[in-house]
Ligand binder design. Structure first.
Ligand code: GLN
Length: 309
């Protein structure tokens, strides 16, 4: 039995939807500027494969920075912890996700963690593949297994729109290339990175990904491993320390579960021993988190006593 009924989810989503008025859709990626701020949806995928959902559940969106958790999982599977953490650190940054300043300040010049853009670019650079297409396919294959849905792909318009305007991400990548943290073509890296960010799904598909992490990397239906438990543990730890950008500390106090957000307005939340939550609401607060998402997580975590602390 799911710990959240559809009725409860509907009730709480209705309750917090108004907060969309306090936020603003991301517009630095032109294709995201068209998102309707009033759209909202939530889904909870429990281990008995029940998926309860509320709001505009069939609406599809891009996962943006939530992909950072998935590329990290893939790089850890492909190369192991010591190789990955020679290129990216393990500490929170307390700066905005796009910030460049600590790259120059911190020794030995590796990005602070894989949840900020610089760190994610370094991790994406490690994905196996001779071409950018092969790297994107590696990523899509993992996401399709996580969602148990072979139809998952990326939104070409959003990927293109970000690729054409990703000047800051290019700067981060060129800076790291100069310092030997990333190798190969920056343009190809940006191609992979913008496509991984543009992977598209609805809130139910996203909730299943969260449920796999909640189930220590195993498929919530069959219990077959998709991600090794050690990798799932590392990913969840980063979600706690850095998953909500420079709001992660406050979020840990107010909500207290591993979570990751993306500038499209999507958030995943991992509920230990129970399942995975996904929320979509494109109006963002100053840190780039969905305002509806944060309010819903605060309400549910309080109501259900979800905090792991
Ligand atoms: N916070 C995010 O979701 C950022 C992802 C976005 N594609 C970027 O690189 O800017």
């Amino acid at each position: 039995m799911s710990i959240i009924s559809e009725k409860e989810l509907n009730y709480w989503l209705e309750h917090v939807r108004v907060y969309a008025n306090n936020g603003k859709v991301a517009d630095y990626i032109p294709a995201l500027a068209n998102q309707q701020p009033e759209i909202s949806a939530a889904a909870f995928y429990s281990f008995d494969s029940e998926c309860n959902s509320a709001g505009q559940v069939e609406y599809t969106f891009t996962i943006q920075s939530i992909s950072k958790v998935l590329t990290l999982a893939l790089a850890l599977i492909q190369h192991g912890e010591s190789a990955v953490f020679s290129r990216v650190g393990k500490e929170p940054s307390s700066d905005p996700f796009y910030s460049i300043r600590k790259l120059e300040l911190e020794e030995p010049g590796i990005p602070l963690n894989p949840m900020i853009n610089a760190g994610a670019l370094a991790v994406t650079n490690m994905i196996r593949g001779r071409t950018s297409d092969e790297m994107v396919n590696e990523m899509l294959e993992l996401v399709r297994r996580l969602c148990d849905d072979q139809s998952i792909t990326y939104d070409e318009d959003v990927a293109k729109s970000e690729f054409e305007t990703a000047f800051l991400n290019r700067s981060l990548a060129y800076f790291m290339k100069q310092n030997g943290i990333i190798t190969g073509s920056v343009e190809e890296l940006l191609d992979v990175y913008t496509k991984q960010c543009a992977i598209q799904m609805n809130v139910k598909q996203l909730a299943r990904i969260a449920a796999v992490f909640a189930n220590d990397g195993r498929d919530p239906n069959t219990n077959n491993p998709i991600i090794p438990a050690t990798v799932a543990r590392v990913c969840k730890t980063f979600m706690v320390t850095c998953g909500m950008y420079d709001f992660s500390g406050t979020f840990a106090i107010n909500v207290g579960i591993p979570a990751k957000s993306g500038v499209s307005g999507a958030i995943i939340g991992i509920v230990k021993n129970e399942g995975g939550l996904a929320i979509f609401g494109p109006a963002l607060d100053d840190q780039g988190n969905s305002v509806v998402g944060i309010h819903l997580l605060e309400k549910l975590a309080q109501e259900k006593q979800w905090s792991i602390f």
